[in-house]
Ligand binder design. Structure first.
Ligand code: HEM
Length: 526
């Protein structure tokens, strides 16, 4: 009988269902009163499209500018753009948990890593173990291994300049950070700085980061396993990477020296049982893989961004270089993590902070699911079951916290970073002025969140900052840096014509360049 029915009528139920769903999502959904782009209210595919493009961080900022501090960017998803929302949503007391989408970040569908763990108790137990890797004494224990890779990085920077070649800092920074983290996790570095065999690995991680970002926005992609299509072009490389990891597991047990791997294999966990138990072999390898993914390209983006901003701002570059060379008058080897002279390089720290503010390695919104009972954020009531978060890129460009937010101005951090320092406060200031000064400082610090905030913030913040600061200081000590040609000066041009490090807003930011020449400083050798 159906063959006599014109095809359009057979589609009627589907059309009616879709029309009904659209009407419901626009007018009757429990988030209907919150503003946002129309298409975003209808489907997650809208934001997923911009995520795939790598522009979701720019779009979220644009939408916040257009609609205000609260934006509905998906049928069930809310973005809030304020430092106070950041503090409330990500605090230990907030009635939220990580969204189910985080499961995409673990190498196993049964065993979560610390970063992908949804259960608060289980997370706390795992986090306690990871935190031990990054205590000052644990970091001291791996310092020489980290420095050996930084030396190779600095040597590579000089070698290419000797041959008259410029260096792509995005590529070289990747090589450095992947070598450091693989050495500490597997007892064997990938060796990217020195040989070409495994140089496909940063590309694999970047693809995974892009896949993860899009699965965060559109969970249907993971549910129906469409994400496999995104990874298909690199399936051979993924398998080769897996084989390399398995090889380390078999071949190097005798190589265990104090590092992340040896620490995890000797750790015990106190969760889901009365007694502490050692981590299983699988748990150890899942944690290590997570550290490789979370601790490689994040730090690399921060490093290449810092060089980008310095090379585009001659006065800042000159001042940071002079500061390093004044505090370290004789040898580059004195530049070590936590050295008192390095701490005194306040302008260098300001440059790194300003760069992390403008070009955060994680630009996006870490999604949290509201639990039974709902949550009040910035005076707005949000019901259970919805997904919400704060977009780091937009929060760090908040106009009330950072005047001229798109401008690279390291000077704004002077006096803010050192808590004992009075900053711009002077003795002739009145109490009211002093108070304003303190408020300005606390506003800036509250909106600076490249490592996120609260109990799920980056566990390795100190380690990452040391890596970036020591590498940058050593590069400035040894070389005069400059951009290789005008064409590279425009890796991206942002608001108000300011040089903008063009980021792809995936899980970790994608980027290119800057391409620089590093001329050996006169009278100085490695
Ligand atoms: C500049 C460099 C880095 C930045 C900007 C950064 C940023 C972040 C951010 C924003 C988060 C929170 C993610 C979320 O809630 O979804 C995070 C978590 C995490 N990061 Fe980092 N990270 C950096 C370096 C590192 C390094 C070097 C490692 C390891 C060696 C690392 C390991 C982790 C881990 C394990 C977590 C999960 C913590 C938890 O859930 O308790 N990160 N990071």
């Amino acid at each position: 009988m159906l063959e006599h029915v014109p095809p359009i009528y057979t589609l009627c139920p589907v059309i009616l269902y879709i029309a009904g769903l659209c009407v419901h999502r626009i007018y009757f959904h429990r988030l209907h009163q919150h503003p946002g782009p129309l298409l975003a209210k209808l489907t997650n595919w809208y934001a997923a499209y911009y995520t795939w493009q790598g522009t979701i961080h720019l779009k979220l900022r644009e939408w916040h500018d257009a609609y205000g501090p609260i934006v509905r960017f998906g049928p069930n998803s809310i973005s809030m753009n304020s430092p106070t929302a950041m503090a409330q949503i990500y605090s230990a007391r907030a009635n939220v948990r990580k969204d189910d989408a985080y499961s995409v970040m673990s190498a196993s569908s049964h065993i979560p890593s610390t970063i992908s763990c949804l259960d608060k108790g289980q997370h706390a137990a795992k986090r306690r173990i990871l935190a031990q890797l990054f205590t000052p004494s644990a970091l001291k224990g791996v310092e020489e291994r980290v420095l050996s890779h930084i030396r190779t990085f600095c040597a590579s920077l000089g070698e290419s300049s000797q041959d008259g070649r410029a260096t792509d800092m995005a590529v070289l920074s990747d090589y450095l950070t992947f070598d450091i983290i693989s050495d500490l996790c597997y007892g064997q570095a990938f060796g990217l700085l020195q040989c070409t065999a495994l140089r496909y690995i940063p590309n694999v991680i970047s693809r995974i980061s892009r896949r993860n970002a899009i699965c965060f926005i559109q969970p249907a992609i993971q549910k129906y396993r469409l994400d496999r299509l995104f990874l298909a072009p690199i399936s051979t490389q993924i398998r080769a990477f897996g084989r390399w990891i398995q090889q380390q597991q078999k071949e190097h047990p005798h190589k265990i020296t104090p590092d992340f791997r040896s620490h995890l294999t000797t750790s015990t966990i106190t969760h889901s049982g009365p007694d502490p138990r050692p981590l299983t072999n699988k748990e150890v390898w899942i944690e290590l893989l997570q550290l490789v993914i979370a601790g490689s390209d994040t730090t690399a983006v921060a490093l290449s961004a810092a060089v980008f901003h310095l090379c585009h701002h001659a006065a800042a570059l000159a001042r940071a270089t002079a500061e390093v060379r004044t505090h370290f008058p004789t040898t580059v080897e004195a530049i070590r993590p936590g050295s008192p002279q390095l701490r005194r390089c306040t302008y260098l720290h300001a440059c790194i902070h300003e760069s992390l503010r403008l070009a955060p390695p994680v630009t996006g919104l870490a999604p949290r699911r509201v639990l039974e009972g709902g949550i009040q954020v910035d005076g707005v009531w949000l019901p259970a079951g919805i997904v919400l978060g704060c977009p780091i890129y937009a929060v760090q460009r908040d106009r009330t916290c950072f005047p001229a937010p798109d401008r690279y101005f390291p000077g704004r951090w002077e006096g803010v970073l050192d808590s004992s320092c009075k900053g711009e406060e002077s003795d002739d200031m009145g109490e009211e002025e002093r108070q304003q000064q303190r408020q300005k400082r606390s506003r800036m610090l509250s909106a600076f969140c490249p490592f996120s905030v609260g109990p799920r913030a980056c566990v390795a913040r100190r380690f990452a900052m040391d890596e970036i600061t020591v590498t940058l200081a050593r590069a400035l000590f040894l070389y005069d840096l400059r951009l290789a040609g005008r064409e590279n000066a425009d890796t991206g041009t942002g608001a108000a014509g300011a040089a903008e490090y063009a980021l792809k807003g995936w899980m970790t930011s994608g980027r290119e360049g800057p391409v620089v020449y590093a001329s050996p400083r006169e009278g100085c050798s490695l």
